[in-house]
Design a protein. Sequence first.
Length: 227
Amino acid sequence: MCFNLCNLLIFLLLFTACEKDTRTSTKNSTSTGSLTSTIGPNEVSLLDSSPDDDILLDFYRQKPVKYQDRDIVITEFWNFSNDELESAHDYVQWLFPIEKTGMSPAPVMTKNTAAVMTSDAEIKKNILRSLDIFLKFMGYTRVNNPKCDLVRNADFEKRAKNWIIDNTHNHLRMTRLLKFLKYINLDSCTESLFAEFTKLKADKKYENYIPKNAFKYWQKARLVKVN
């Protein structure tokens, strides 16, 4: 009798603890502190719009903008040297906006900005210029527009030392770039870039320098869908 009663008490204590953990987990998972919510493995929910939309769009129209008491113009980033592209951390969030900011404050991608960037010819031209600058930093040139094939430049081996290495911030930049290209319907560029990553991963010369986790994030970014 005592044995059964003790078992019952232990069960009730464990049940109460589980209920508490479940409530805590639910509360944390529904926190409103994030600008977006992840719907599924490859689905992301973008805000419909943001007060910063016009700032981001003007930035991509080559107009000077002010953001958090800072004057910013896109040509400043376009003129960066490869060394500056490696060491600076703020330009990536501006040139390739996604649903979150990253290390430096910048406007985020919304459904509104994605639609404008997809349809506005001037902005699309400037986006491709930004892409070409970053591809050159990686050691590539984009050809066969709009197919967006990639060819390795003569300095590819030198440039690769900046990003085909273990544990580098450039792996996060690649994930951001792939997602950004998907959001503005530049799927051909997403596919070309991911195909190159796949070749590098299969190449014995480079395979050990592309961590499995990084490649997994690139796979998910390639297939991301806006909810």
